[in-house]
Design a protein around this ligand. Structure first.
Ligand SMILES: *[C@@H]1O[C@H](CO)[C@@H](O)[C@H](O)[C@H]1NC(C)=O
Ligand SMILES: *[C@@H]1O[C@H](CO)[C@@H](O)[C@H](O)[C@H]1NC(C)=O
Ligand SMILES: *[C@@H]1O[C@H](CO)[C@@H](O)[C@H](O)[C@H]1NC(C)=O
Ligand SMILES: *[C@@H]1O[C@H](CO)[C@@H](O)[C@H](O)[C@H]1NC(C)=O
Length: 405
């Protein structure tokens, strides 16, 4: 019953949140791009349109997923000849993609600001989003393709991309900036594969999602009603949110100034209300790219964290847990093993990542170097990437902290 309810809500969300899945152009035809509206552009196209250099890289995970990374190697505004640029890797949240780090545009979006400051910027794309749909043997049409949660993104995707980047740039370590699920993936990796801790010089965790006992978004809490067991395991092997490309056009017409309230409400029901920081002109562009796709299991796994209040591996139901883990309950992730330095950032009006849950995380991590609240009472979960004033409210502070680290 609850699973059906969940599926219903998903289809509803799917109807409202529609993304365009444009293919990536790899050429240098900037003049063509300048004529194309932003909602039709992929991440590399958008970066190129804005006059920044961009590269597309692929890394293959141990379990066969081929992940795209988008790199802004330097900024036209900074000194190109400087070698050994420090690497910063940015990992998006659930249903998002690399585009969310550039969507605010130059002078405003974090990826551009970091490039301007002399960083070699790499944007990740977790398995199952529009840029990471390739696999060595599977296709997205097959159910087995979707048999993953953020556990696999942490244990397979991150090692593949971090090792690739370190080999390619000949650096010893990276700065890691994760938003939401991007933080979950980081904690999964560093708790289960502690040898990776030294590969992170500093980790900035935006809206960390680890403990979820204080979630205020009712629509998100629906995920907690999901079932466990053999049948549920089968049921959840599916991908979500792949609307046809043509919908992006309709969104542009449907979500104008007058319908701003209607179109933005679903974002706010998940993230917390903050209409002031969401630019009405940007909203149709955001909705054309969001959601960028992920697996049903990733959502269900979050539902389990909400239900239990614990940060633990995927619960398949008791019988299957015994088979997979040798225990009735799934094993918890051991946060004491996370020795990489971490700085946490919270929004005061974040309906998914609350200050209370973040304080619990703070108490478990052995190497915390910062605990910050963005100085705006309405700052929500999505504002970390989409807020009009994210630069002055948050990014300037983050970059200053990184430079001194
Ligand atoms: C650019 O960096 C190089 C190497 O660090 C330095 O020699 C040069 O003076 C810099 N140029 C400018 C314009 O800052
Ligand atoms: C999902 O993958 C795991 C291995 O990671 C496998 O043991 C399990 O049977 C798969 N589940 C389904 C429903 O195919
Ligand atoms: C949208 O509304 C704002 C003020 O609320 C106004 O300045 C702007 O011109 C409007 N844009 C369009 C396209 O109507
Ligand atoms: C968790 O990690 C810490 C630090 O590596 C270790 O001392 C401890 O034994 C681990 N706990 C469990 C239950 O594995």
């Amino acid at each position: 019953m609850s699973a059906i309810l969940l599926c219903f809500v998903i289809s509803l969300l799917r109807y409202f949140f529609l993304c365009s899945c444009d293919s990536i152009v790899d050429g240098n035809d900037r003049s063509g791009l300048l004529k194309k509206p932003d909602y039709k552009l992929s991440t590399p196209e958008m970066v190129m349109k804005n006059g920044y250099p961009v590269e597309i890289h692929e890394a293959t995970t141990k379990d066969g997923y081929i992940l795209s990374m988008h790199r802004i190697p330097y900024s036209p505004k900074s000194n190109n000849s400087r070698t050994n640029r420090p690497v910063v890797f940015l990992q998006h949240g659930l249903f998002c993609s690399s585009i969310d780090w550039v969507i605010l545009g130059p002078g405003k979006a974090l990826a551009y600001l970091l490039a301007d400051e002399g960083y070699d910027v790499w944007l990740g794309n977790a398995r199952g989003n529009v840029y990471s749909l390739k696999h060595t043997t599977l296709t997205p049409q097959q159910k087995d393709f979707w048999n993953f949660s953020w556990h696999e993104m942490g244990t397979y995707d991150l090692p593949a991309v971090i090792d690739y980047i370190l080999a390619r740039t000949r650096q010893q370590d990276v700065y890691y900036i994760g938003h939401s699920m991007g933080t979950t993936m980081f904690f999964v990796l560093t708790s289960l594969k502690p040898e990776y801790n030294t590969k992170f010089r500093l980790t900035i965790a935006f809206a960390p999602v680890v403990f979820m006992s204080d979630v205020k978004s009712d629509i998100s809490k629906l995920a907690a009603f999901s079932r466990t067991g053999k049948q549920a395991d089968q049921l959840y092997n599916s991908g979500i949110f792949f609307p046809p490309r043509t919908w992006a056009e309709h969104i542009q017409v449907a979500c104008n100034n007058r319908t701003f309230t209607l179109c933005s409400t679903l974002i706010f029901l998940v993230a917390g209300f903050d209409p002031q920081e969401l630019d009405p002109k940007l909203l149709p562009v955001i909705l054309a790219h969001y959601p960028a796709g992920s697996s049903m299991k990733a959502l269900v796994h979050y539902g389990q964290l909400m239900r239990t209040g614990k940060f633990q591996q995927y619960d398949h139901g008791r019988a299957l847990n015994i088979m997979y883990y040798g225990t009735l309950e799934p094993p918890p992730y051991n946060l004491s093993a996370v020795t990489a330095p971490v700085s946490l950032y919270n929004g005061k009006n974040d309906w998914l990542s609350s200050i209370k849950d973040t304080e619990k995380l703070y108490s478990k991590l052995p190497n915390i170097v910062g605990m910050n609240q963005v100085p705006l009472d309405t700052f929500n979960h999505a504002d970390f990437q989409w807020a009009k004033n994210a630069k002055t409210l948050l990014y300037n502070d983050v970059i200053k902290f990184m430079k001194n680290y």
